[in-house]
Design a binder for this molecule. Structure first.
Ligand code: MTE
Ligand code: MO
Length: 331
């Protein structure tokens, strides 16, 4: 049985998971502000019991995340359970196994954290996470995440439009692209010590400026109502819901405005398999597998939960960004 976000129809005791608790809390808070205080006592226990190892984040950040407002993005979607969202990950800095990030990322130090900003912009420098979030209101958005490996999830992110952040750095007219870089720290990231790694660290990603400014593009600092777990890219990660998951770079330490297209990690490794654009597209297959459908997690042998993949992951409003472009050529 799948529990719908706004219709949890009395789940059986066996089905009461942190997921359903979260959904109830969401409804509860929505119903009455007067009850908010009482409601806050409920999730704290639920959250603590399930996040103990990775639970971190400064008090000011927890507070800001707690004040995030709900939005209608994805309100009709069935959320992927918290356990899948936080235990089935790609974060090669911690290993290539799907549960490696869950197992090894908890010790990553995310506070203090700073991000350097440079390149084609007026405002440059090193900014602490607190600087970057000061005065920034946060919102919850439920987005589909489609990995290029043909599995997908639905995740309730807490974040803010990347456009809000970009404007503060006053990009110049010459800024045509934006580049993002993940932390490189072999001491904390065992995957970066691996002799078998094919990745030229640090992990890098990039967007065209109009993609970066699109209102669907967000920076996330939380999920499921709490601080982003380390395995999901704490403390600050990009989320671009119409592109394959590898574009949504985690644990960002540098942002650079550029005149030319930046190099990106997966495109560097296998340019014929992973393009710079990486828009979700059921008609452009990966050379080694079809992209026509996806496994929506949780997915098992007897319940594969296979669904059709949609162009731009169903976010049709981005189509105009690519008008006139051959999406088979610019994959
Ligand atoms: N720095 C970094 N960012 C990364 C990755 C990575 O290995 N390193 N993996 C990407 C891939 S392939 C996917 S599908 C998403 C997965 O995000 P999630 O684990 O939060 O679901 O993160 C992306 N961001
Ligand atoms: Mo991915």
């Amino acid at each position: 049985m799948i529990i719908k976000p706004h219709n949890p129809s009395d789940p059986l005791a066996s089905e009461i998971t942190p997921h359903s608790l979260y959904l109830k809390r969401r409804q509860f808070i929505g119903q009455s502000a007067a009850l908010a205080l009482a409601a806050s006592a409920l999730p704290v226990h639920a959250l603590q019991s399930r996040t103990e190892p990775g639970s971190s984040g400064a008090p000011w950040l927890r507070e800001q995340i707690g004040a995030a407002r709900e939005t209608s993005f994805g309100e009709d979607e069935v959320l992927t359970p918290y356990s899948s969202v936080t235990q089935y990950n790609n974060f090669y800095e911690f290993g290539t196994g799907k549960d490696d990030p869950y197992r090894y990322a908890s010790k990553l130090k995310t506070d203090p954290w700073s991000v350097t900003v440079d390149g084609e912009c007026e405002v440059k420098g090193s900014f602490t996470l607190e600087d970057l979030l000061k005065g920034q209101s946060l919102e919850e958005r439920i987005y589909r995440l489609r990995c290029v490996e043909a599995w997908s999830m639905v995740i309730p992110w807490i974040g803010f439009p990347l456009a809000d952040l970009i404007k503060r750095f006053k990009p110049l007219a010459s800024a045509k692209y934006i580049e993002f870089i993940t932390l490189e720290d072999k001491k904390q990231m065992p995957g970066q010590r691996s002799a078998f790694s094919t990745i030229d660290w640090p992990y890098r990603e990039g967007l065209r400026m109009d993609e970066a400014m699109h209102p669907l593009t967000i920076m996330a600092v939380g999920l499921y109502g709490e601080v982003l777990p380390n395995q999901n890219g704490a403390p600050l990660r990009l989320v671009v819901p119409w592109k394959y998951g590898f574009k949504s770079i985690k644990s960002i330490v540098a942002i650079r405005f550029r005149e030319t297209m930046p190099r990106t990690t997966w495109n560097d490794i296998a340019p014929n398999e992973y393009g710079f654009y990486a828009n979700v597209n059921p008609q452009v297959d990966h050379p080694r597998w079809s992209q026509a459908s996806e496994r929506r997690l949780p997915s098992g042998l007897f319940k594969p939960n296979r669904i059709s993949t949609r162009l731009f992951n169903g976010y049709d409003e981005v189509a105009s960004l690519y008008s006139g472009m051959d999406l088979h050529k610019y994959y």
